[in-house]
Design a protein around this ligand. Sequence first.
Ligand code: AKB
Length: 328
Amino acid sequence: MEAFLIDCQMEKILVIGAAGQLGSELTKALADLHGNDQVIATDLNESARSKFDFCRFEVLDVMNKEALESLVRSEGVTQIYHLAAVLSATGEKKPLFAWQLNMESLLSVLELAKNLKLNKIYWPSSIAVFGPNTPKINTPQFCVKEPNTVYGISKQAGERWCEYYFEKYGVDVRSLRYPGLIGYKSLPGGGTTDYAVEIYHKALAEEKFNCFLKEDSSLPMMYMPDAIKATIDLMEAPKESIKIRSSYNLAGMSFTPKEIFESIKKHHPDFEIEYIPDFRQAIADSWPDSIDDSRAREDWGWKPDYNLDTMTQDILKNLPDYFPPVKG
Ligand code: AKB
């Protein structure tokens, strides 16, 4: 009887899009929490397998509904972390593809959760749900959104679907509106906030950084260890504490390209930057400068650990172990 009870409490976790910037670190954190055998990492590319020597890895195209359902059923999956998405900058280049991938994959996961009565679903939203008519400073949890990127439109629609599946079918789906995520263990791909990762690589390679945003473009950002902590805390919180089923505002820090440059210059005084804004400037201009995350703090105790300078110190110390500096 005791063994049966323990077994019932074991979660089997499927991570979709595990090789991306967030997935690479979140999958390890989930394996540390639940046990390596309880986590299945999946990604579109076979080449990602080498990242996951600590847990099982399967190639999975999330657009293949049958393959997804078959894996969930055969492995007795109880929780899905659905991280696969086309981000803001790539989305503007391939709008219909971004819409199709971001929406259809979420709906497949929500349908599976409903039909197979899965325990919990995690789906990331973003500050991209906000738009030019949103209050820019301390953007509230509930306010005008009107996103004007296809990525933002897909995240806003996705939030509505998450709340709908919770209200109508009782699916325990939880979500965070991530700011730009900055880490040293993996590379971002296709986002507007990616400059804040690339800048550290250039500083360590002792090269000038060409920044695709203007020097005074303030955006909400977060260091990866804070993002991982927030995600696990949200997912482990008791169901009754989760009062928002669309997605929670989440804040770490806010800074401009000039401010991150100055933070790095304290350690690399010869570092140089040039500002050459491109199409991503318009995306950044449509997003908030800073976020009010008081609901996350009140409901499940959120509090970030890092600020710009402590993040910079940590990244400059650890990045070379993961990406030895390369010029050019
Ligand atoms: C992007 O820049 O597209 C992402 C995001 C803020 O969601 N990092």
